[in-house]
Design a protein around this ligand. Structure first.
Ligand code: MCN
Length: 798
């Protein structure tokens, strides 16, 4: 195996930027997405969904619809209940601070008795074509008695509010806490100054380019069920759907997630449609296909963020942070989606230390049910919320103390020699160098030259502002031990199978899933580098439970740090076996064989065997000690990390505001991220660009708005503004490499850093631009309308 500390970059190896293997397929229209798959004799499903946010289903009359042309079957919640099918489960179990378990109401795959959000599926209509299924759905006669709805968290928790679930008093799912309240109260009692902020983290709608789709298929002769689905997580879907919903044993249930056109978190979860088509296909003994429409995606894909937080920071006279107190309300929507409880808790509150040495921290999280689409992880999941809160609060604290924004950060940074650093909120950070990323980012962004640019902009009648965020996040999810302690119902390790073929080419099977991140390229680089085989002779297979032993899927920027480490572990086994074969062929002791650059060499001699020679010997074992070494070269490894990886960095944004219109124009964006060892710099830059673009979208444009009756007002791309090219500037990307100390690659995740670090940098810049107006905070998104109102009212919009 090549030495990881070796800075030499081999062609197609670690540190090189070969063009993406998968792109030829995608760019030539050869990608095979779920909707491209058609099974012989398939029928088409259409879901009739509730158009009211809350109501009692009094009756469903299917007679007229069933008589419509092409209709094959119509199923309602009653049919599902009769079939004994369970609800879609949640993957987390949290307890409130009084020790009581969170309220986990059943989430049936078709509504039973009540509808709870606009988009809740009431009936599945299956017909020969989608159009026929849609026409028949129109003919369903559904009588719903509308009930008062709650769409906003404060309204949902007000006395007398309508209950989304009778079991959840006050609409509270759980009331959780972390940290030491007494220590924080003591810190506040000695504070020189206290900075306070109220922050709304706006609700987002994911909108991956490929809408979701699912095909159920059933082979009556073998009793095997197959689900083709747009998932980031095929094994977890098999586990949840097989074990909890349909009770199909794993060996009879195959889940295939082929090419997936973006997920951004929204395709991690187990959705009701996946179970519905799998069940219906078996019942009808015919494949059933469902493809989501864009408008339908707005009201069925899990939404992201939607937190309301109040935070207070106690400071000493020298600007040192003494204590942090945080109170968050997190919207869960109408049902608990697969990972929803983990987002404001395990993924958010455990990061409240940020990059600072705050000695006492206490956080409370109330999770609230509302009559809205379920809310779950969206790129960054919990970490953007905490980063936004902290980095806005630190800017407010600087103002409160009369200190420079950079100086107050530097005063409180966790120093490099304090690593590993135990935070007061569960996590032990392994590595980081905040001063280095800050200094480099400030230099590239020319932070110190800003005031001259601001003065020049003022001459042109523009308000110019600069903002930064210095952040750290926990990804590479997850150490099973930490996940388990914080409520996960399953471990979060990863699996790799490395299969060396007789001629020395290699197929790697990984339990992670690629839906845009370029794994077929970067994982091949990893294998090429470690086994010394050509990059072109490595194939990466993912997304099929029938091919890959097991896996925990892709989210939380875990694929390289956890999935890649599993590959290294499996390759270690390959090399150990290869050494035994080489020792036999060269009549040497196993301990005398070393492996480097694709060659097994007898130490201190020029006797060597290539990797390909060892591979062929493993499969064609003439004169081979079969009693000692079994034939074949094919190894599997499970890797459970000891800790998360902790990427960190500094993002700086510069904006100009036109006071006449309130339009915020991005002028420059710089991101310097510390992600440990970089496998493919080009792909890493692309990941940062994508993430920052999402963060800019959240900061300036995107907002899912519900009215008080639970109707989604921003339910199409006409009303919900995604970032476009003219909203973005050229993003300067730099990387720093403080190696992760506990995985064999030294690598940290990169997939979410852009979306985590950027929103506070943008809003800090906007607030800075408005500094002459006495503005201390602007909630996201900073739309032209909002900024114009602030400027014209001359008040803090809050
Ligand atoms: N990489 C690298 N060197 C590093 C870290 C990563 O070369 N030090 C490479 C990896 O090998 C991989 C890519 O960068 O090719 C991202 O790796 P990683 O950080 O491990 O993240 P994941 O592959 O696990 O991807 C998940 C992450 C998340 S959580 C979301 S959400 C997300 C994202 O990445 N969704 C995406 N990036 C996305 N990119 C696209 N195009 N589409 C999505 O839906």
């Amino acid at each position: 195996m090549n030495d990881m500390s070796n800075p030499v970059i081999i062609k197609g190896g670690i540190g090189d930027s070969p063009k993406r293997t998968e792109d030829h397929r995608f760019l030539s229209g050869k990608g095979r997405y779920t909707d491209d798959i058609n099974r012989p004799g398939q029928a088409y499903a259409y879901f009739k969904r509730s158009d009211v946010a809350h109501g009692v289903i009094k009756s469903i009359d299917t007679t007229a619809a069933a008589a419509m042309p092409g209709v094959v079957a119509i199923y309602t919640g009653e049919d599902i209940a009769k079939a004994g099918i369970g609800g879609v489960p949640c993957g987390w179990q949290l307890h409130s601070k009084d020790g009581s378990p969170m309220v986990e109401p059943p989430h049936p795959i078709l509504a039973q008795g009540k509808v709870r959000y606009v988009g809740d599926a009431i009936a599945m209509v299956i017909a020969e074509t989608t159009e026929q299924a849609k026409d028949a759905a129109e003919a369903l006669v559904i009588d719903i008695e509308t009930l008062p709805a709650v769409s906003e968290m404060r309204a949902a928790t007000a006395p007398g509010a309508a209950l989304v679930h009778d079991a959840a008093a006050g609409n509270i799912c759980f009331d959780w806490h972390i940290g030491d309240k007494a220590a924080v109260d003591a810190a506040f009692a000695t504070a020189f100054k206290i900075a306070k902020i109220d922050v709304v983290n706006n609700r987002l709608i994911p909108n991956p380019m490929e809408p979701r789709a699912a095909i159920g298929d059933f082979d009556q002769s073998s009793g095997e069920h197959t689900l083709y689905t747009t998932s980031q997580n095929p094994h977890v879907i098999r586990l949840l759907m097989g074990a909890f919903v349909l009770q199909i044993p794993e060996h009879k249930l195959r889940v295939v997630a082929p090419d997936v056109g973006g997920g951004f978190g929204a395709k991690i979860f187990h959705y009701i449609e996946e179970a519905a088509v799998t069940w219906a296909a078996a019942k009808l003994n015919r494949p059933v296909k469902w493809t989501c429409e864009r408008g339908e995606a707005f009201i069925t894909d899990a939404h992201g963020r939607d937190h309301i937080t109040h935070a207070e920071l106690a400071m000493a006279e020298d600007g040192k942070f003494l204590g942090l107190r945080v109170n968050t309300m997190a919207n869960m929507g109408a049902y608990l989606s697969t990972f929803a409880p983990s987002v404001p808790t395990y993924l958010s509150a455990t990061l409240l230390a940020g990059v600072y040495t705050t000695p006492a921290i206490y956080g409370e999280v109330k999770a609230i049910f509302t009559n809205t689409v379920p809310v779950d992880a969206y790129r960054g999941a919990g970490r953007p919320e905490t980063t936004f809160l902290l980095e806005r609060l630190v800017d407010v604290a600087a103002k409160e103390m009369g200190m420079d924004r950079v100086a107050i950060r530097r005063r409180n940074f966790i120093p490099i020699d304090a690593y590993p650093y135990q935070t007061p909120v569960a996590l032990m950070y392994d590595s980081g160098n905040h001063e280095a990323t800050l200094a480099r980012c400030m230099e590239i962004a020319d932070w110190n030259g800003f005031e001259a640019r601001r003065a020049a902009a003022a001459q042109r009648g523009k308000l110019r502002g600069i903002g930064m965020s210095t952040y750290l996040e926990a990804c590479g999810i997850a150490p099973s031990a930490v996940a388990g302690a914080l409520g996960a119902r399953a471990g979060l390790y990863e699996v790799a199978n490395v299969r060396v073929h007789p001629t020395g080419s290699v197929t790697v099977f990984t339990g992670t899933h690629s839906h845009g991140q370029g794994h077929e390229t970067t994982f091949a680089q990893l294998v090429a580098d470690q086994l010394g085989v050509p990059f072109e002779s490595v194939e990466v297979v993912h997304g099929d439970t029938a091919k890959i032993p097991f896996g925990m899927g892709t989210y939380g920027s875990r694929s390289l740090a956890v999935g890649g480490s599993a590959m290294v572990k499996a390759m270690d086994k390959i090399i150990a076996k290869g050494k035994k074969i080489a020792a036999h062929l060269m009549e040497a002791a196993v301990d005398d064989i070393e492996f480097k650059d694709g060659k097994f060499t007898v130490t201190g001699t020029d006797k060597s065997k290539s990797f390909a020679e060892i591979a062929i010997t493993a499969y064609v074992p003439h004169n081979y000690p079969i009693e000692e070494v079994e034939p074949g070269l094919d190894e599997t490894a499970f890797y459970d990390p000891k800790n998360f990886t902790y990427p960190g960095g500094c993002h700086i944004c510069e904006v100009e505001i036109d006071p006449e219109t309130g339009v915020v124009q991005l002028i420059a964006f710089t991101a310097v991220d510390d992600i440990g060892r970089v496998i493919n710099p080009m792909i890493v830059h692309g990941q940062v660009h994508g993430g920052v673009t999402q963060g800019i979208g959240q900061a300036l444009l995107e907002h899912a708005i519900y009215d008080e009756t639970g109707q989604l007002l921003s339910g199409s791309l006409m009303d919900y503004t995604m970032p476009r090219a003219d909203n973005i500037v050229n993003i300067h990307v730099g990387t720093e490499s403080t190696m992760c100390t506990h995985n064999p690659l030294g690598a940290k995740g990169v997939g979410e850093v852009g979306a985590i670090g950027s929103p506070p940098a943008v809003i800090n810049a906007v607030v800075d631009a408005l500094r002459d107006y006495g503005v201390t905070h602007v909630d996201m998104p900073a739309t032209a309308q909002k900024i114009w109102s602030i400027i014209n009212a001359g008040i803090n919009a809050g």
